[in-house]
Unconditional design. Structure first.
Length: 93
C-alpha cells in the first residue's frame, strides 16, 4: 500500500467514525483557522492548518458519489484552464 493509499484509508476511517455532517462542520472550522494562519507570519502554523484543511478536503472528496466527483474534476479543470488563459492574456498585453 502506498503512502497516499494509507492516507486515504485513514481519512475514510475518520469520516466513517464522525460522519459527513460533523466533518463538514470541521472543514469550516479548519478553513477559518487556515485563513488566520495565512494572514499571519508563523510559517509552522500555516503548514499545520494547511495539513488540517487538506485532510478535511480529502474526506469531503471521499464522500462524493462518482458522478459528483466527476463534476468536481470537471470544475477543477475548468478553473485551471481559465486561470491559465488569464495569465496568457496578461502576457499578451
Amino acid at each position: 500500500m502506498t503512502k497516499n493509499e494509507e492516507r486515504l484509508e485513514k481519512c475514510r476511517d475518520i469520516l466513517r467514525h464522525y460522519g459527513f455532517e460533523a466533518q463538514q462542520d470541521k472543514l469550516v472550522e479548519e478553513c477559518e483557522e487556515l485563513i488566520e494562519a495565512a494572514q499571519g507570519e508563523d510559517y509552522d502554523s500555516f503548514i499545520d492548518e494547511l495539513a488540517d484543511v487538506t485532510i478535511m478536503i480529502t474526506q469531503m472528496c471521499i464522500s462524493l458519489e462518482p458522478e459528483q466527483y466527476g463534476q468536481l474534476e470537471e470544475m477543477v479543470d475548468f478553473k485551471l484552464d481559465r486561470t491559465l488563459e488569464r495569465i496568457n492574456d496578461e502576457v499578451d498585453t
